[in-house]
Design a protein around this ligand. Structure first.
Ligand SMILES: Cc1cc2nc3c(=O)[nH]c(=O)nc-3n(C[C@H](O)[C@H](O)[C@H](O)COP(=O)(O)OP(=O)(O)OC[C@H]3O[C@@H](n4cnc5c(N)ncnc54)[C@H](O)[C@@H]3O)c2cc1C
Length: 391
């Protein structure tokens, strides 16, 4: 039987990905007693937060994300100052697509409405300014200047170090195997039992596994993503001075393509597809997992046609998980029956940059404090029409 730990925590946070780490950081900053539990030994590469780079941008169709990004940029800078570690590199972000596409227009509208500095390129100007990109005629571009790259692995490490320095407790290699709702909530791991006034579940693609015994299942897809790196034919041609990009080509492919300039692996540019195949996170790397070549083929054709300075076969393929909600928006809410169990999930492949504010909101929900943002777009009840039985 698991040994019971005597301490009553203000909160237990399950999952030390970026969302759990930022949530725990906010608890420690506010001098709360907090325990962060992680099933794997840290660092690990089995979830969604590992790797060297994540794009940070203000460009969104939905202005509520763009508004949140103001504070996120400030908090990323604060984290850099507190830790003395550079986490953000400004590169700009180039949105590529046809001017008349709905999503392309929505990006531009939000940038204009929210006064985010950006520059628009007509087709010919785009070709002149970015000769290493060759798009079919009629494609335009929008460059968001403040966008860039976040160092993902470094950010996780910095947060975990700060949590410990500020008095928070992190137990890795301890999988949560049972949650008994109530006040206090009782959490049993593979080695011990703990109690807390509230529980925050930030378990990424494992979320529904933890929620099943708690009587709900969220409509989340867990997708295995191929993270592909492509070799520059001439070293440096997509390097330091090249922006991140996001391709919106609904007439060619149903999901976005995105890229990060060569830096994390010398001479290799990250170009990936914003979708993957359904996979159980515990079986992501099993040899029996389907080979999923369709997205790599889409990427190869795209690279061959549009990025002629890259070799058209990936030099490296790594894996990561998306936890996708039906509308692509996050879930930041209380458990419908147990008010002191808070859920942060469904980050749908774009949650890293927003984790400073996500963590703050999960902290506020957990403490019952006034919320800094309107959480209507993130409520569980928006899915009621999809799956009444399990919500
Ligand atoms: C390839 C890829 C590219 C991306 N690019 C971008 C980008 O450019 N910009 C951006 O903003 N976002 C991006 N994202 C999205 C972003 O990385 C994710 O939204 C974010 O990392 C999700 O973090 P998380 O903490 O929710 O999940 P995770 O990182 O998966 O963390 C969940 C943690 O919970 C732990 N856990 C689960 N069950 C238990 C249990 N029972 N007991 C204890 N611990 C448990 C897991 O082990 C894991 O460590 C990308 C994601 C991927 C995969």
């Amino acid at each position: 039987m698991a040994k019971t730990h005597a301490e009553l925590y203000d909160a237990i946070v399950v999952g030390a990905g970026i969302q759990g780490c930022f949530t725990t950081y906010h608890f420690t900053k506010n001098k709360r007693k907090v325990l962060l539990l992680e099933q794997f030994f840290l660092p690990h590469s089995r979830g969604s937060s590992h790797g060297q780079s994540r794009i940070i941008r203000r460009t969104y169709c939905e202005d509520f994300y763009t508004k949140m990004m103001e504070e996120c940029y400030q908090m990323w800078a604060q984290l850099e100052n507190e830790s003395g570690t550079e986490l953000y590199r400004q590169t700009g972000l180039l949105i590529l697509g046809r001017k008349e596409e709905e999503e392309f227009c929505a990006f531009q509208d939000t940038l204009s409405k929210e006064c985010v500095e950006h520059k628009c390129f007509e087709s010919e100007e785009l070709k002149r300014c970015f000769p290493n990109i060759q798009l079919p005629s009629g494609q335009a571009g929008i460059l968001e200047l403040s966008a860039g790259v976040l160092c993902a692995d470094k950010a996780l490490k910095v947060l975990q170090d700060l949590i410990r320095q500020l008095g928070g407790v992190i137990h890795d290699g301890e999988k949560v195997v049972e949650i008994k709702p109530g006040f206090p909530v009782t959490v049993t791991t593979t080695t011990r039992t703990y109690q807390a006034k509230s529980l925050v579940i930030t378990a990424g693609p494992w979320t529904n596994k933890l929620l099943l015994p708690l009587g709900i299942q969220l409509p989340l897809q867990t997708l295995r993503i191929n993270v592909c790196y492509w070799k520059e034919k001439v070293p440096g041609s997509y390097g330091e001075n090249f922006p991140c990009f996001l391709g919106v080509f609904p007439h060619l492919m149903p999901h976005h393509i995105y890229g990060v300039p060569a830096r994390e692996y010398p001479g290799l540019v990250k170009v990936s597809y914003h979708y993957g195949n359904q996979a159980d996170p515990d079986e992501r790397d099993c040899p029996s997992a389907p080979p999923e070549v369709a997205d790599v083929q889409i990427l190869s054709s795209f690279v061959r046609d549009c990025f002629p300075g890259l070799q058209p076969r990936p030099a490296i393929i790594e894996h990561c998980m998306y936890t996708k909600s039906p509308d692509g928006n996050f879930i930041l809410d209380r458990h419908p029956k147990h008010a002191n169990i808070i859920i942060g999930a469904g980050f749908s492949g774009h949650g890293f940059k927003l984790s400073p504010v996500v963590g703050k909101l999960l902290y506020e929900l957990s403490m019952g404090s006034a919320l800094s943002y309107d959480l209507t777009p993130f409520q569980i009840k928006r899915f009621q029409h999809l799956n009444k039985a399990s919500l």
